[in-house]
Design a protein. Sequence first.
Length: 173
Amino acid sequence: MKYFKKTSLFLLTIIILSACSSNPKKAVAVISPKSGSDISGTVTFIEQDGIVTMKAEVKGLSKGNHAIHIHKIADCSSDDGKSAGGHWNPTEKNHGKWLQDPFHIGDIGNLVVDETGKGSIERKTDLWAVGGENDLKNVVGHAIIIHQGPDDFSSQPSGAAGARIGCGEITRK
């Protein structure tokens, strides 16, 4: 009987802990070249327990910094990427640097690209969500834009980052 009680308590604990841990939600943007570039890559958003981890991995860029932003519209159909609209800014804040006031939640920062043309950036936040009905947080249905140059973090409304050279529509997986 003592063994049965311990086993039952153990199984009940496992069930409760499993119920408390949410299944991860995932969204992906596959980056396609724009404005005559050779860029390719993916941006992945994984939400677990209310925290979204975004990881961008790209190649085919020149060495240095390249701005990356979330834009309003999941539409990469135009050759110049302008079909994605402006930055996603549901809170109507000024453009700025990630997590420094002011900034809007579409401001991600700069990819740092090495001499081989590969770059990456990672962000973790509770300001985004993968799916759901909160339009102030849901990244799905927007686009990732990668720019030719770096974000200066101050020019309004977009950071003076130059041409849009990569675009990917953020879709739920």
